[in-house]
Every structure is written in C-alpha cells, then in structure tokens.
Design a protein around this ligand. Structure first.
Ligand SMILES: [Zn+2]
Ligand SMILES: [Zn+2]
Length: 106
C-alpha cells in the first residue's frame, strides 16, 4: 500500500544552500507529498517522479529557477529528514531508496 508523507522541514535537494522548508506546489499552493515509489504529488492531477520534480528553496543560487535534484542531492536531503523517515518507517525508506536508484538508473 502506498503511503504518502508530507514534505515538511525538508532540505532543498537541488542546490548547495540546502534551505529547509515545508514544500508547497508553486502552481497550486498545496502541500507536497512523497511516497515510497519515489513519486511526488500536490494533488492527483499534479504528480511526478522525483527525478522530474523541480525545486526552488528561494535561495539566490536558484536565481528564481526551479531545478531538478540529482540522486546525491535528494538522498542527502532525505538522510537529514529524520521525521519523514520515522513517519515512513524503515521499509518505506528502503523501498524509496531502491525506487530512486531505478529512476536515476543507478
Ligand atoms: Zn501542484
Ligand atoms: Zn535550493
């Protein structure tokens, strides 16, 4: 069963500034959720794989641009998100790591 977890207090995975925050979809203003299949969602019609999702934490590095995260950046952000992994549990986290590896082809 798919478990969606809201991305709160999650570091930006797409830039070196790694500014943390509660992620909101730029297009719709909804909170953003992540599941163990490596899929992001703000609503059923606004969804996509982590590899295709674009991030902007508002730091100057972005220069207003929404950037994709690489595997290293995303797994680092994930490793810092203790609350999120606790909510998901160890199986959820392990599945997510596996799926991310598939997405990024590693
Ligand atoms: Zn959206
Ligand atoms: Zn950023």
């Amino acid at each position: 069963m798919v478990k969606w977890i809201q991305l709160v207090d999650f570091q930006c995975p797409a830039c070196p500034d790694k500014r943390g925050g509660n992620w909101i979809c730029a297009s719709h203003g909804n909170p953003v959720y992540l599941n163990e299949n490596g899929v992001m969602e703000c609503s059923t019609t606004c969804t996509g794989k982590v590899i295709n999702w674009r991030w902007n934490c508002g730091s100057s590095y972005h220069n207003g641009e929404y950037l994709k995260a690489d595997l290293e950046g995303f797994t680092f952000a994930l490793s810092q998100a203790v609350q999120l992994m606790t909510k998901g549990g160890s199986e959820w986290t392990a599945k997510l790591i596996t799926e991310l590896g598939k997405q990024y082809g590693q």
